[in-house]
Design a binder for this molecule. Sequence first.
Ligand SMILES: CC(C)(COP(=O)(O)OP(=O)(O)OC[C@H]1O[C@@H](n2cnc3c(N)ncnc32)[C@H](O)[C@@H]1OP(=O)(O)O)[C@@H](O)C(=O)NCCC(=O)NCCS
Length: 244
Amino acid sequence: MALAETPQRVFQRGTWPGSIAFRRGWARAEARPWNDTFDDAVLRVIRGGTPFIAACTTRLAEVGAPSVLSTPLAASAVKPWELAGFKEHLALALMRLSLDSPIPAPEHLVARDEQFDIDLMLQVDKAAFPEFWRFDRAALVESTQATGRSSVFVIRDGDLGLAGFAVLGYGHAISYLQRLAVHPDWQGKGMGRSLVRAVARSASRAGSRAMLLNTQHDNEAAIGLYEALGFVKLPESLSVLKAG
Ligand SMILES: CC(C)(COP(=O)(O)OP(=O)(O)OC[C@H]1O[C@@H](n2cnc3c(N)ncnc32)[C@H](O)[C@@H]1OP(=O)(O)O)[C@@H](O)C(=O)NCCC(=O)NCCS
């Protein structure tokens, strides 16, 4: 696809409502619709400051995005976005599990799935999450690629289906629980606990000392599960900011 130059001199590859890559000098960002249902753009800035964020945001408005959301940001990363006109839209709880103590074994058969089936994962994700928080294909694939190395863990439902899955992104000292979902037909049976235990054991075996995740402050089931497993809420939250 040809590179197009905008009046703000932001170069764009791709067309809305698909994925768009932006660049200007050394600055880089990517944007795509929030998910299949909400066509607000989510802008992920890889490198770049306020003028670049503002230029990408203007460009996204020009091509028809109703508003632009940031990815979840730590407090230290918020300033350039605020200066570009963004305001806090959502706060996400950040939770941490120390992996220094042994993690009990899962109570269910949890398999590490090297050839995971994105369609089956999407079915569970769609059934488990409310509309706004559902991942579409691009977001789910991205969750498996956000760190250099990641694994998908599944509990199968018969031979073909999935009862639940978790995505673990491996880091050095810290690994990240990128996604967790149990199909509503199977919730309340300990499968979420088994998936998190399997993931935590794998992170620990890989050498991580802690596991981090973020979740909505009002997600009682998730926070209840994580707290029951020893996660603690960190004092800082992550923020999703919005412009437009
Ligand atoms: C969060 C989720 C994965 C939990 O899975 P689950 O299999 O239903 O949870 P489990 O049966 O393993 O529950 C384990 C523990 O978590 C806690 N818990 C589970 N559901 C809870 C709820 N609705 N309220 C409060 N605590 C809850 C309890 O401590 C429970 O232990 P107990 O059954 O001995 O009381 C599931 O509800 C889900 O997929 N939700 C939608 C997607 C989601 O929010 N994912 C996490 C995003 S970060």
